[in-house]
Write a new protein. Structure first.
Length: 381
């Protein structure tokens, strides 16, 4: 345990840093590492054999741990490595953590949607996951939630005091600035001259059938001049959406862009006539924030944490009403002045998600936990 003037050693679970992965958790890890390095911390980033850990700085030490079984990695290999590497605080970007660690652990609960997920409710499984989540949370030195919406779910479902959960938004990458796609990027993702964008996976709670139905109901003058681009690497969910697009007669105007490369994503956002997120549930909704930072108007669901992220800078709709989404798309796509006003409000809104408000506050929390642990050690000595 660091009780002197040496730099704080922060251990981070970096398994999300796999090539081709684009998730909110991955973004969370990247931004926390950036913030930690800026504060002078040493980051020991642990990954499995599939991870591509970031050699971004001499202050970042990537460590690959063996073990193909997740529970062994979590509960045996990782605690051993934390002890060997003399880590002062461990940060998990997940709800789980090693049950026994040689240092305090901070966990991050982005949402609890994995418990009782619609269409996958299994009573025994959900009880086990709830019990595990409670155990992980109760033994953690601190808990981070992305939104007030997630904090309320954590308090209610896990029976924790609200003051134990710190609400800290996910950090916005500095690369997300207003820009436009090049001709090569338009060709690569088959964007066309004008397009509406969705970014994310194709799981049921993303509510993409509603988006396709709303799209099919648009006036021909609007639908005929725009493409709907569904961007994401979710190959398993794609066939059902392609089939629905064919049934609705809109296949020609709907494109599946696949996974958009990190270096292309800001421009793909920036060129969109609108970003649409019709989710039934979101613990945060990072694509909305990224799109606003790139100058894209946002149409989003009024569910989950999306109202916290979007505020009054976008159009919020009832995600269970196809006609409400059709009306919002018609209004935004058919009115240049309204679209420009939304883009301006989105840029201003995104600018409030500073590094100090997001990843910097995670580092504040980590440093506070380390300070408390060091004080206990001194008193015990």
């Amino acid at each position: 345990m660091n009780t002197g003037n040496a730099p704080l050693r922060l251990g981070i679970d970096g398994r999300e840093l796999r090539e081709g992965v684009r998730t909110g958790i991955r973004r969370y890890v990247v931004e926390v590492v950036r913030a930690a390095v800026a504060r002078g911390l040493v980051c020991v980033v642990y990954g499995d054999r599939g991870a591509r850990l970031p050699p971004t700085s001499s202050a970042v030490r990537p460590v690959v741990l063996g073990g193909s079984w997740t529970q062994w990695w979590d509960q045996v290999a990782l605690p051993r490595a934390l002890r060997r590497d003399r880590v002062d605080v461990f940060l998990s970007p997940y709800y789980k953590r090693p049950l026994r660690t040689p240092c305090p652990a901070v966990i991050t609960i982005h949402d609890l949607y994995f418990i009782g997920y619609p269409g996958r409710r299994r009573l025994l499984r959900d009880r086990v996951l709830t019990a595990l989540a409670r155990a992980y949370a109760r033994g953690a030195a601190a808990i981070v939630a992305d939104s007030e919406h997630s904090r309320q779910a954590i308090v209610t479902r896990l029976g924790l005091p609200a003051e134990r959960v710190a609400v800290i938004p996910v950090g916005l990458g500095r690369e997300f600035v207003a820009t436009l796609p090049s001709p090569a990027q338009r060709d690569r993702y088959r964007l066309g001259p004008r397009y509406v964008l969705y970014v994310g996976n194709f799981l049921p709670h993303k509510n993409l059938p509603c988006l396709l139905r709303a799209w099919s109901a648009l006036p021909p003058t609007i639908r005929g001049t725009h493409r709907l681009i569904l961007a994401g690497g979710d190959r398993g969910g794609r066939p059902a959406l392609e089939a629905l697009a064919r049934t609705l007669g809109v296949s020609a105007g709907v494109g599946f862009a696949g996974l958009v490369a990190d270096e292309d994503l800001p421009a793909v956002y920036g060129g969109a006539a609108a970003l649409v997120l019709p989710s039934l549930e979101e613990g945060f909704g990072l694509p909305a924030l990224e799109a606003m930072a790139c100058g894209a108007p946002v149409i989003a669901s009024q569910r989950g944490a999306l109202p916290e992220v979007v505020g009054d800078a976008g159009v919020l709709i009832d995600p269970e009403r196809d006609d409400a989404l059709t009306a919002a798309l018609t209004r935004v796509l058919g009115d240049d002045a309204a679209r420009a006003a939304l883009a301006r409000r989105g840029l201003a809104r995104a600018a409030t998600f500073t590094a100090e408000r997001t990843a910097g506050r995670v580092i504040d929390l980590v440093q506070a936990v380390a300070g408390e642990a060091a004080a206990l050690t001194r008193r015990a000595g």
